[in-house]
Write a protein that binds this ligand. Structure first.
Ligand code: AHR
Length: 494
């Protein structure tokens, strides 16, 4: 029996649009060969771009209303020295990207280019600073360079480099994975360092800095406890990183190869995000009962083996219906924890891990994950409605997951996933507190396929796409929904 109750009168917190944020690292072909064609005269002549940034990608991400973009890493962030990436591109030093494939990083994409990209996307930048190998002064001056409007050598340097007005960047990460690639620190050592680095990440006028501390690696609850105990008074957000890895790290499995058993393992591992979020929030509640500090899941997604024949350091993987389902699962979990989760950033936007866009030269395709972002954009900044879900079990986990919100036009949106590989699920959907009159219009959009590894290619870019959904009907005061196997649906009740 499948029953979903949406409490339409009990909404009290907003689902922050930043839950639908993205992450772009100097890794593989995310920036170079993805967003940025500006350092390659042939590519920039062949691919329409604005100041080196691809127009087709900007248009696609604007369609899903990308709210925020994290940069420059990832592990790359803790070896990045921002002053290498400003001034004349000709004179910028070249370096080796030690984390990702040992390729040459020519620094042609730096602070000005990133903030130009965010301007073109209409999204908020989220810059991750270097704590692992950088200095307090370096991070402090980066904030000053971006945000200070007054008289100082650093603000002057920005003006000399062609930008008169400060950008007023709000989101700043104080290091990345400081428990691992960001310095292999203990939580106690990092907590002290966080306090020190955060002190000098100054507010300038109305440019207030939202300081995001490096949080735990998946289930490292001790990290959360120590950070909250020692440093929560100095932070605005605490990050969490968790990747869905279907196999072992040494043999994760390919994106496009999936047995039924692997499908359900992937779904279970993705659904584990719920337990992680729940338990980390419980610890945060102990130290911060008023929920001033947010949880920022700034790296999440499926991590498979790289596509055969591609650079192992580039983390390039295809994206299938399986990714669409895990994206839907994550979004339902985040929406349902909107009282504490303020931001989440999928890893990563283009050509890396669970991407929403893949490129090959001038060609670009939208992945199944992109279409799920499209389905869920209705939840941006809408009021979360509590949802109660009773579900059949498939492959050892509930077949259904759900979340709901009400927007400022009074429309209710309910998003649902059915992870069952074979069976459709008949669902009774009750809108508690609302009267279902005949004037209610119920429509929907769906991402599905009969094939669990269905994916888009440059030759067939529309194999998996969002389509209109007709499996919803109103009868006897409740709604009936027929969810096909392996589907993600968003209903609109207007
Ligand atoms: O997203 C790829 C890498 O995964 C990031 O650089 C790092 O933060 C994480 O381990």
């Amino acid at each position: 029996m499948n029953r979903i109750i949406v409490k339409t009168q009990d909404g009290d917190v907003k689902i922050s649009r930043h839950m639908y944020g993205h992450f772009s690292e100097h890794l593989g072909r995310c920036i170079y060969g993805g967003f940025w064609v500006g350092n390659d005269p042939e590519a920039s002549a062949a691919i329409p771009n604005t100041r080196g940034i691809r127009n087709d990608i900007v248009a696609a991400l604007r369609r899903i209303k990308i709210p925020s973009l994290r940069w420059p890493g990832g592990c790359f962030a803790d070896e990045y020295h921002w002053k290498d990436g400003i001034g004349s591109r000709h004179d910028r030093p070249k370096m080796v990207n030690t984390n990702w494939g040992g390729v040459v990083e020519d620094n042609s994409f730096g602070t000005h280019e990133f903030l130009d990209l965010c301007g073109q996307l209409g999204c908020e930048p989220y810059i991750c600073g270097n704590v692992g190998s950088g200095t307090v002064q370096e991070l402090s001056q980066w904030v000053e360079y971006c945000n200070f409007d007054g008289v100082s050598p650093i603000a002057e340097l920005r003006r000399t480099n062609g930008r008169a007005e400060p950008w007023k960047v709000r989101f700043w990460g104080i290091g990345n994975e400081s428990w691992g690639c960001g310095g292999n620190m203990t939580p106690e050592f990092y907590a002290d360092n966080f306090r020190r680095y955060a002190t000098y990440a100054r507010n300038y006028g109305d440019a207030r800095v939202y300081k995001i501390a490096c949080g735990p690696n998946s289930d490292d609850y001790n990290w959360t406890r120590v950070l909250m105990e020692k440093a929560s008074g100095h932070m605005n957000g605490l990050s969490l990183h968790y990747y869905t890895v279907p196999g072992e790290w040494a043999k994760k499995g390919f994106a496009t190869e999936c047995s039924e058993a692997e499908w359900y393992i992937t779904m279970k591992k993705a659904a584990y995000m719920d337990e992680l979020v729940h338990k980390h929030i419980a610890i945060m509640d102990e130290f911060d009962p008023k929920r001033r500090v947010s949880l920022v899941v700034d790296e999440w997604g499926n991590w498979f083996d790289v596509e055969p024949g591609t650079n192992p350091g580039f983390l390039y993987q295809q994206n299938t219906l399986r990714d669409a389902l895990t994206a839907g699962l994550h979004f339902n979990i985040f929406n349902n924890h909107a009282e504490r989760v303020y931001m989440a950033n999928i890893a990563q936007t283009i050509n890396v891990l669970q991407s929403v866009i893949l490129t090959e030269g001038a060609k670009m395709l939208l992945t199944p994950t992109y279409h799920v972002f499209d389905l869920y954009k209705v939840h941006h900044d809408a009021v979360k409605l509590p949802v109660y879900t009773e579900s059949e079990v498939s492959g050892g986990l509930p077949a259904l997951s759900a979340s709901a919100s009400a927007d400022d036009k009074g429309r209710i949106h309910v998003s649902l996933t059915n992870v069952d590989v074979k069976n459709e699920q008949e669902v009774t959907l009750e809108l508690r507190g609302a009267t279902l009159s005949s004037s209610i219009k119920a429509t929907g959009r769906i991402v599905t396929s009969e094939n669990m590894t269905a994916h888009n290619t440059f030759d067939k870019p529309d194999v998996v796409a969002a389509k209109d959904f007709s499996g919803v009907s109103i009868s006897g005061g409740s709604l009936g929904v027929m969810l096909p196997p392996m589907s993600v649906v968003t209903l609109e009740l207007a």
